[in-house]
Design a protein around this ligand. Sequence first.
Ligand code: NAP
Length: 268
Amino acid sequence: MTEGKVAIIQNKQKSSFAAKKKLISLLKEAHYTIDQNDPDIVISIGGDGTFLSAFHEFEHKLDHIRFLGVHTGHLGFYTDWRDFELEELVSNLSNKEEPTISYPLLDVQVKYKKQSEPKRFLAINEATIKRATRTMVADVYIKDELFERFRGDGLSVSTPTGSTAYNKSVGGAVLHPRINAFQLAEIASLNNRVFRTLGSPIIISDSEWLTIRLEESSDYVVTIDRSTIKHDEIESISFKIANERIHFASYRHMHFWRRVKDAFIGEV
Ligand code: NAP
């Protein structure tokens, strides 16, 4: 009788391979099976970036998979465990009373000029749209109503858990991940007497949706977390909170703001 099927995704660091070896042996002792194709639990070993890869590898099975992240360096935002805590991690995993937690994801629909059906993506951190060479001009609609005409480098749309990643670097707010909402942040907007945008990040509720309509349809780069979509014929991109959520296993409660302080401020 198996306790559950576990897939392990690790980065290329030596310490991650060592942690993986130890984890496999502990999991087998605790009667778990290693199954890279059809797991109930996915464990990433590396950093938050590795966790993003693990998420996308299994994003089509979110309804029955629980995720867990082990960090081989400092603590991360998706990685609750450190590589020297593997015994405790495995014993926590077997404790069925452990609380689980889930967080919102971003539903991204890219509409191409020559295709009637939009293509759908899921983001756990963010999606960005940027113009590679010239000023990006785009109309921003909230619930199909024109909100502003944006001119600048690009726009970032992030989840609450992604708010501490790229979003933060472009001046977005850090959002507590229990807030079921998403955020639009500008990337170097042009603001003067002629061109005007709100100029500050906005938080959009889970009952609303956002559409970015591009003025011209060439030369845009769209990113979804770690991936880049290059396509000349993008007409618009729509965003909303996804119906799917990411579920975590062996969740260890850490005060979110303490984690933010740890990551960005340190001792005061
Ligand atoms: P990556 O190496 O996987 O990640 C870049 C950095 O972002 C790493 O230090 C990573 O932490 C950290 N990170 C990832 N998700 C985070 C989160 N939710 N909160 C706080 N930090 C987080 O780079 P990549 O493959 O190019 O892109 C992956 C992600 O990196 C993107 O989704 C984007 O958010 C972020 N990124 C940020 C910038 C920026 O801030 N200017 C630029 C490019 C990309 P670990 O070291 O723990 O992996």
